[in-house]
Every structure is written in C-alpha cells, then in structure tokens.
Write a protein that binds this ligand. Sequence first.
Ligand code: MN
Length: 208
Amino acid sequence: MNLILPSLPYKYDDMEPYIDEKTMKIHHDKHHRTYTNNVNNILSKFPEFDNITADKLITQIENLPDNIKTLIRNNIGGYINHNIFWKGLKIGTSLHGLLKKSIIKNFGSVELFKEIFENVSMSCFGSGWTWLVNQNNKLLVVKTSNQDNPMMGEFISGTFGYPIIGLDLWEHAYYLKYQNRRQDYIVSFWNIVNWDEASIRFGQSKNI
Ligand code: MN
C-alpha cells in the first residue's frame, strides 16, 4: 500500500473567513501529510497489506496484529477522515433533494438536525469528530474519539455507519483563528458544508 496525500480541491484561502488560510495550509500540508506518511511507513514492513485499499483497511482494524493495531487505527483514520473533510467543504452549496428529505424525515427539520449536530460537537471532550452517518438506512449524528471513523465499526469506534458529513474537532482544525471558541467554529461549519458532496455520499451510503 502506498497512500497518496490528495491535493486540496481548492485554494488554501477559499474557506475564508470560516477557516483561515494558515490553518488550512498547516492542517493539510503538515497534519494530513503526517498521517499519510505514517501509514506508508508502518505498512512498508508488512507486504501482506500491499494490495489492500484504504477503504478496506479501515474496516479491518479489529483483525490487525496487536503490535500495529493502534498505530494503523490512528493513522488510517487520520488519512481517511481528512480526505472526507476536505472534499466536504465548499462555499455556496445548499441542502437539497433526497438528502434534505431524509434529514427532515429523521430529525424533524433541518434546524433540529443542525442543533443536534452542534450539541453533539460541543459534547466532544478532547479530540474527535462529529459525523452525520447512514446506519442501516437511518440518519444519525454520532461522534468518534481521536481519529476513529464510524467505518471502523462499533467494536473499535463505538459507533458505525457510512459518513455523509464529518467535522474535525481537533484543536489543530480551528485554534489559530477561534482559540477556545469551539462553538463559533462549529456554527461556522454550516457556511462551508459541501452539500453536493454530502448528497453523493448519501447516495453511496444506500449501497453499503
Ligand atoms: Mn485534523
């Protein structure tokens, strides 16, 4: 396996003023690169993983040898979570179509969904992520710790499902601009959610 760090699908300052250019640059070029390199370095010693994909590996954490389980869990999680996060950001899209209908059906209204997402995000102690997931054709807001991803399954991540949107709640994602004001960062997320990408992921989630 040789993971490639994908380029950002936009310029570093394209999410201004919600995510500042400096944070975006460090977050992508340093943090995401480190997760990528770490997976490649660890797995370079294990030829039996040469042909596995990242999407497959993340579902197989339970079955990994104990001596690399935690390292792979943290770093393949970091790799995939950030891939989802970058593609999930865009200014100027709107929630529409089947995903909008399904959110209203599952949460009562778009406003209630956003309120739940914000509350779950605020309840994250330390570092982690908030996700909108499809769990067996039901939409739910869940959180994971550290770099866990719902696709790792319940035993590892404490939850499961196919992620439709994800919000990075590590301080490295917002501290330069927002400092201790995590709530402001969380609320600002609604300005940059790429709902077109979320709709694509919602479509994919129904085939899982
Ligand atoms: Mn991050």
